[in-house]
Design a binder for this molecule. Structure first.
Ligand code: FES
Length: 150
C-alpha cells in the first residue's frame, strides 16, 4: 500500500464513521402513518409511548373506529372495532412467513396476500398455510381513549 492508498482508506473510514450513526438512527424509528416519531403526541389524536398507544377515537384519523367493522392501522398494528364496544388490535405480520396482512372490511377477515392465509378479527387462523394466530394486543376503552397495550 502506497501513501495515496493509505490516505484514501483513512478518508473512506472516516466517512463511514460519520454516516453509520445517522443510518442506524433512521432504522430505529417506528413507521407511523400519522407522524415520524415513536413517542409523544403525533397529529390525529394518537399518542405513542414505548408500552402503549392511545387513540382518541373522536378525532379525525381515528373516527373509523367509532363504527363496528371500522379499522385503523397504526404502528404495524391493525385496530378493528369488532362491535359491541369491543376492539381488536393485531400485528400486521403474518405468522406464516412474515408478509404484511390487511383487514378486508368487506369480508370482515384479515388476509395475507402472499400465500392466502386468512385470520379472524381476533387473530385466529381460519385458513392456512399459517398455523399460529396473529399477535394480539390488549385494548381498553376509557371515555374517548382507546388504549392498546404493547
Ligand atoms: S406469509 Fe402469509 S400466508 Fe404466507
Amino acid at each position: 500500500m502506497n501513501r495515496r492508498e493509505l490516505i484514501q482508506r483513512v478518508l473512506l473510514g472516516g466517512a463511514v464513521l460519520v454516516m453509520v450513526p445517522s443510518v442506524l438512527e433512521s432504522c430505529t424509528k417506528i413507521p407511523n402513518g400519522n407522524a415520524g416519531s415513536n413517542s409523544g403526541t403525533p397529529a390525529g389524536g394518537t399518542t405513542i409511548t414505548s408500552n402503549k398507544i392511545d387513540l382518541d377515537i373522536t378525532l379525525a384519523d381515528n373516527t373509523a373506529l367509532n363504527s363496528a367493522g371500522g379499522s385503523r392501522f397504526v404502528e404495524s398494528i391493525i385496530v378493528i372495532n369488532t362491535g359491541g364496544g369491543k376492539f381488536s388490535a393485531l400485528s400486521n405480520i403474518c405468522t406464516h412467513a412474515g408478509c404484511t396482512v390487511y383487514y378486508n372490511s368487506g369480508s370482515g377477515k384479515i388476509e395475507c396476500p402472499c400465500h392466502g392465509s386468512v385470520f379472524t378479527t381476533s387473530g385466529s387462523v381460519i385458513q392456512g398455510p399459517a398455523t399460529s394466530p396473529l399477535r394480539s394486543y390488549p385494548t381498553t376503552l376509557i371515555g374517548n381513549i382507546l388504549t392498546i397495550t404493547l
